[in-house]
Design a protein around this ligand. Structure first.
Ligand SMILES: Cc1cc2nc3c(=O)[nH]c(=O)nc-3n(C[C@H](O)[C@H](O)[C@H](O)COP(=O)(O)OP(=O)(O)OC[C@H]3O[C@@H](n4cnc5c(N)ncnc54)[C@H](O)[C@@H]3O)c2cc1C
Length: 472
């Protein structure tokens, strides 16, 4: 949690606190200053639109700033530079992985757009100043395609830093502490938004509105309405992820789809609520239960790994790694300083801290090494990059928590929003976690960051074109 709030404090210093209550006019109004909203805003501005961004929280960033593991893209120069398996990747393989990972519930047209435009999303961010040179593997991906800053540092703060700096350079009008309460409709078309800030409520008249208000993972009443078994679950989401972007789009006539597709992240620290990024498993960590044994393929999809952990004693497992793995991923530097992380110089010592039989833990680690050297893992894991035999050893108790809401507003590949009769709602565009149909029944790690930048940019382009079209 600490690193998130340090990043938050940093960004709060950047926040622009416009508190105007006067009515205003824009070509494009953007709801939400997370990754999708800021991508849309920068893109629409660069094409020539007057843009106003509304963010209800005191700072920009949304769930995007919390992202740790990376951003998926296929066919980038960074994969080519890494060489080996990474260099073999393609949009076609990413499309297949995403469809399969989502249990074939994703909309093929949207998934194809995501895969085909992912590399250009990375290039766009790099052009704006991002460092996404490091390439790693995350669960559900056939080949390494997760892009993140050098040394495996956190991706979300880098994406938001880049987009926020680009917004500042362009003097974009970003209004924090400004909650959009309603998408205003006139004669079946979008006419603007109603905003509440510290001074009261006012209206922004805009021909086009981009709804990029994120998901509803932090609204447990809404989560459990769609998936009752998730009632009372903790969440990895920022407190602002309440789902108003979906509710107000529905009030404007939008159709919501696949709302019961809600993902739990398997490795969240109970009581602390901190998510341990999947890149930790990607770089070699394993899962060990309270009996000291491995029990599942750590690189299976999130839904499968979550279900497997919940079947273990107390619904908890230890994420286990050694110092060789720790040094390979900067994102772990803060984890190992937290009091939830057990540290033991030897296997005997860490076993004592985990309260497991040292002999069982040692046997587990011998079996792991045998599986790695033979390439034949009894749990079916194919990527086993490390022996995990270099002390000190680390163990973090983890359990699943609500992480991503895959369902949402129905869009097409131009991010146009559809109503319940299958007609486009003129002037309404949506991008990011507020939308549904891309990740199907299970989002792959790294695919949301690709989604928000790719569809955020498309929404910015389309909203600009719509707002300037003579017919409107
Ligand atoms: C802990 C964590 C780690 C993650 N790690 C990864 C990762 O490594 N890779 C990956 O691909 N994905 C990751 N994800 C998922 C990914 O980060 C999110 O799905 C994505 O960033 C959502 O972006 P967004 O722009 O759609 O929404 P957000 O970034 O959530 O932005 C939406 C914004 O809209 C604002 N808003 C909401 N309602 C209103 C309103 N009424 N008026 C004005 N503003 C409003 C919100 O406050 C928020 O700032 C992670 C998510 C979490 C929570």
């Amino acid at each position: 949690m600490k690193k998130i709030w340090m990043a938050a404090a940093l960004l709060a210093a950047f926040s622009i606190g416009a508190e105007a209550t006067e009515n205003a006019t824009a070509d494009v109004a953007v709801i939400g200053a997370g990754g999708a909203g800021l991508s849309a805003a920068v893109q629409a501005h660069d094409l020539g639109a007057k843009v106003i961004v509304l963010e209800k929280m005191p700072m920009v960033g949304g769930n995007t700033i919390r992202a740790a593991g990376g951003l998926n893209a296929a066919g980038t120069p960074y994969q080519a530079a890494k060489g080996g398996q990474a260099a073999l990747d393609s949009a076609e393989i990413m499309y297949y992985d995403t469809m399969k990972g989502g249990h074939w519930l994703g909309n093929p047209e949207l998934v194809r757009t995501l895969a085909e435009r992912s590399a250009s999303s990375v290039e766009w961010l790099v052009t704006l100043g991002a460092d996404l040179r490091d390439v790693g593997l995350m669960a559900g991906a056939t080949l390494p395609r997760t892009h993140r800053p050098t040394g495996g540092a956190l991706v979300g703060p880098e994406v938001i830093r880049t987009l926020y700096t680009a917004s500042k350079t362009r003097n974009l009008d970003i209004r924090t502490n400004s909650t959009v309460q309603e998408i205003i409709m006139k004669g079946g078309r979008v006419a603007g938004v109603k905003v509440k800030d510290k001074e009261g409520t006012y209206t922004i008249t805009a021909k086009a509105v981009v709804d990029a208000a994120g998901g509803f993972g932090a609204n447990n009443a809404m989560v459990s309405k769609y998936v009752p078994k998730l009632k009372g679950f903790a969440t990895t989401n920022q407190p602002g992820a309440q789902g108003e972007g979906l509710t107000m789009a529905e009030e404007a006539g939008a159709k919501l789809i696949q709302m019961d597709q809600i993902q739990t992240h398997p490795t969240v620290v109970p009581e602390f609520g901190e998510m341990i990024t999947e890149a930790v498993r990607g770089n070699g960590a394993i899962l060990i239960n309270k009996d000291g044994k491995r029990f599942f393929n750590e690189l299976d999809t999130r839904d499968a790994v979550s279900a497997a952990i919940l079947k273990q004693k107390d619904g908890v497992a230890y994420l286990f790694f050694d110092s060789d793995m720790q040094k390979s991923l900067k994102a772990t530097n803060s984890y190992i300083r937290q009091r939830y992380c057990l540290t033991g110089a030897t296997l005997d010592e860490i076993a004592g801290l985990m309260k497991v039989d040292p002999a069982v833990l040692k046997a587990t680690m011998e079996d792991w090494k045998k599986a790695k050297s033979s390439g034949n893992d009894p749990f079916g894991r194919t990527d086993m990059p490390r022996n995990l035999d270099v002390g000190p050893f680390y163990a973090i108790a983890v359990t699943p928590a609500v992480h991503h809401t895959m369902g949402g507003i129905q869009i097409d590949k131009k991010t146009r929003v559809y109503d319940k009769s299958g007609r486009v709602i003129p002037g309404l565009f949506a991008a990011g976690e507020v939308t549904g149909g891309i990740h199907g029944a299970n989002r792959l790690g790294g695919n949301a960051q690709a989604d928000i930048v790719t569809f955020g940019r498309i929404a910015g382009e389309e909203a600009f074109v719509y707002s300037k079209s003579a017919a409107n």
